[in-house]
Design a protein around this ligand. Structure first.
Ligand code: ADP
Ligand code: MG
Length: 344
């Protein structure tokens, strides 16, 4: 049975960067305004994420890494995120099947922090034979999740990974993209034992600043902005219409030319991939950019959770939704109009 669980977990957690994506989303769900990532050996040896979010109540710790426990946890507040995709409550469970998971957490109400360890979905002692009871320890409000020896028991996953430096590059990419999407949250990322931070963003109310810091002045100085949305009928409340959507796009004007397109796509605040969307957006730039050059595009799309294909697993990076072609077209048109206005 545990082998089946491990295989299932490997379908959700492909590599250190995909584990980190889940952990960052949990920290954001917990209302964190500061998220600090520490990595050893491309995340294979250590992947640690520390946040200042709401913490996990001691009573919830025993079931934290059980599958589908989300709604049981008393700290779970934002039900709208639950309905965003069809399946939830699997990330920590999956991680505990393919790595050593430890948690240090403290809520405001608690007088000290508590430390726990998990394996195969359940609470365990730090070493075999030791008590699985949460141990009191020092700690600030918030949560530190520690994942060690990822895929130690799943050799096929381990052998599919690239070098530590490549896995680390993917981790930096995930942190960078979430930092752009959440400019008010300060992010950092570093290698364990290193004195310097590879990523460090302050909390900023200006997304422009965050993009400048992470993607450079050449991107930031050419940045323009477009919006697109479903036209809602007069008098109709947004929440009544399952086909309502709104997109916001930041992209570089024709003056910016990179070799490869930089594309950040968030749908309902989740970093996802949509090759169709990417192709359509890239196509808008083809007539205005010299051959062989590409833009920077950051796109945030909010759609009614009911219109997302619930048969697509949440951790599948590719997402499909209702009226996909029409929405993509309208977003592309919005970008095109802004680009055209620029060149006049
Ligand atoms: P899901 O996010 O889908 O609920 P997860 O397995 O990712 O499932 O997390 C399970 C639960 O653990 C979350 O619903 C949340 O209540 C709690 N949790 C996980 N990470 C954190 C965190 N950093 N801060 C506070 N609570 C957390
Ligand atoms: Mg989660």
């Amino acid at each position: 049975e545990s082998i089946i669980n491990r295989i299932a977990a490997g379908e959700i957690i492909h590599r250190p960067a995909s584990a980190l994506k889940e952990l960052i989303e949990n920290s954001l769900d917990a209302g964190a305004t500061s998220i600090n990532v520490t990595v050893k050996d491309g995340g294979m040896k250590l992947l640690q994420i520390q946040d200042n979010g709401c913490g996990i109540r001691k009573v919830d710790l025993p079931i934290l890494a059980e599958r589908f426990t989300t709604s049981k946890l008393s700290t779970f507040s934002d039900l709208s995120r639950l309905t965003t995709y069809g399946f939830r409550g699997e990330a920590l469970a999956s991680i505990s099947f393919v790595g050593h998971l430890s948690v240090i957490t403290k809520t405001k109400a608690e007088t000290c922090a508590w430390k726990t360890h998990y394996a195969d979905g359940i609470l365990v002692g730090e070493r075999p034979g030791q008590s699985e009871e949460p141990k009191p320890c020092a700690g600030n409000d918030g949560t530190t999740l520690i994942v060690e020896d990822l895929f130690y028991n799943t050799p096929t996953r381990l052998s599919a990974l690239r070098s530590s430096s490549e896995e680390y590059a993917r981790i930096l990419d995930v942190v960078t993209k979430y930092a752009v999407h959440n400019p008010k949250v300060s992010f950092s990322c570093k290698k364990a034992g290193s004195p310097s931070l590879d990523i460090s963003t302050p909390s900023s109310s200006q997304i422009h600043n965050t993009i400048k810091l992470l993607y450079g002045h050449s991107v930031a100085k050419e940045l323009v902005h477009a919006k697109a949305s479903s036209i809602s009928k007069k008098g109709e409340k947004k929440s009544d219409n399952p086909e309502a959507w709104a997109a916001e796009v930041y992209f570089t004007s024709a003056n910016y030319q990179a070799k490869k397109m930089i594309f950040l796509l968030f749908i309902n605040h989740r970093l996802v991939e949509s090759p169709r969307m990417k192709r359509a957006v890239e196509g808008v730039f083809t007539p205005v950019l010299p051959k062989g050059s590409a833009p920077f595009v950051y796109l945030s799309l909010l759609i009614d959770p009911r219109s997302i294909d619930v048969n697509v697993h949440p951790t599948k990076r590719e997402v499909h939704f209702l009226n996909e072609d029409a929405i993509i077209e309208k977003i592309a048109d919005g970008i095109q109009e802004t680009l055209a206005a620029q060149s006049n």
